[in-house]
Ligand binder design. Structure first.
Ligand code: SOE
Length: 387
């Protein structure tokens, strides 16, 4: 039996493309009762030519230049929020009130207060929801978590995450506008903390459990940039780079670093965990490789033979690896877009009686609180405990 799931897409930019592709592809690779239908998409009136081209390319049946109309439509089941962060709150509150299912891009909100308000509204409405922290569904990261849960790292001592890019180094890169709203704090809420570290924090807490406290330092390297909307040179308020130390409730120590000024790094997200029984390392530039260092067998506690210890590489493309049996044959890889397809596959499964989808809006509030504590600590120079 198939059921139509009518999608109302808010946004026609980078994330709008990533999500539209995933809605179209998910039934090709995963057997699900729900069949997403790209019903309508919203973009600003001033971006109408771009919106029309977007709708045509991805096969949307109609367009809307008023986002509220998308939510009001009776024929829409799910609102997919891919507009800039400043619009997330209003869109999610309205969608919850209208009883629609919600998919929201990360970060959930501009700040923790907004995030909490959104979670309360969604919970009150009782609507199914997910927040798109897509990297949890990189097969090698899912396997990372599985191996930790199997005890292969053992008692954890350290967790180290980086998320580095280099696209804002040029002083002539404008802030704001359609493409670079992530550089405008009034639209994005924060810089790398909300945009990139939020991913690292979501994954870190998923793997290690809660972070208890943080101490941070943030930097804005270029203090003024031309604003694409006003044409004027304006103060830059976002964090270009941010690093923080964390203490996890499990006793492990965390270090996190993120910047958009790491010359040579485009979308370099890495994580390493070191424990009593072993260690794991992953980086997104080698997305199908997971490195493992095995020191002791988790079942018996017996030390691995000396001549076999050392970093080993798992090519995460086997049928037994997370998500991979749904794609090609062992050795054939998947890409960035598949992390969104995997997310929607799990979301649809949750609608069909499968495990509740994570991260949901409530869990994303938690990530937002850690981000806020990081920014607060960067200002005060003090350790901040996460409430
Ligand atoms: C920023 O450049 C960005 O597009 C993030 O917003 C995404 O979340 C990340 O996955 C890729 O980089």
């Amino acid at each position: 039996m198939t059921k139509k799931l009518n999608i109302g897409m808010l946004g026609c930019g980078f994330m709008g493309r990533a999500h539209s592709n995933a809605w179209l592809q998910v039934n090709h690779f995963f057997s699900r009762e729900y069949q997403p239908v790209l019903k309508t998409c919203y973009g600003r009136l001033e971006d109408k030519p771009k919106l029309e081209e977007f709708a045509k390319r991805w096969g949307y049946e109609s367009i809307e230049t008023d986002w509220k109309k998308v939510i009001e439509r009776d024929d829409i089941d799910l609102i997919d929020v891919c507009v800039p962060n400043i619009m997330h709150r209003d869109a999610v509150l309205a969608a919850a009130k209208a009883g629609k299912m919600i998919v929201c891009e990360k970060p959930l909100a501009m700040n923790a207060r907004e995030a909490e308000e959104m979670a309360e509204a969604v919970e009150k409405a009782g609507v199914k929801n997910m927040v798109s922290f897509n990297y949890r569904r990189v097969p090698a990261i899912t396997l990372f978590k599985q191996l930790v849960d199997e005890g292969r790292v053992g008692r954890p001592f350290h967790y180290r995450a980086t998320y580095n890019q280099d696209y804002t180094i040029g002083a002539d890169v404008p802030q704001g506008g359609m493409a670079l709203w992530r550089l405008d704090s009034k639209v994005a809420g924060s810089g790398v903390t909300g945009d990139l570290l939020a991913h690292s924090i979501d994954t870190a807490e998923w793997i290690n459990g809660p972070i208890q406290k943080v101490t941070a330092h943030a930097e804005t390297f270029i203090k003024e940039r031309k604003h694409a909307d006003t044409g004027k040179v304006e103060k830059v308020d976002i964090d270009d780079a941010c690093m923080f130390l964390a203490v996890f409730a499990n006793g492990s120590l965390g270090t996190f670093e993120s910047t958009r000024y790491a010359r040579g790094r485009k979308n370099y997200s890495s994580m390493e965990m070191n424990g009593e029984n072993g260690a794991l390392f992953f980086d997104l530039e080698n997305a199908h490789q997971l490195k493992i260092y095995r020191y002791a067998d988790p079942g018996t506690g017996k030390k691995i033979e000396d001549h076999l210890t050392g970093w080993q590489e798992i090519l995460v493309t086997n049928f037994e690896h997370p998500y991979m049996k749904n794609y090609w044959v062992p050795g054939c890889t998947t890409g960035y877009e598949h992390t969104f397809i995997n997310s929607f596959a799990d979301f649809l499964a949750s609608l069909e009686g499968g495990p509740a989808f994570q991260p949901d809006v409530r869990q994303a509030v938690r990530t937002q609180k850690v981000c806020e504590a990081v920014l607060q600590s960067a200002k005060s120079g003090q350790w901040v405990t996460i409430p």
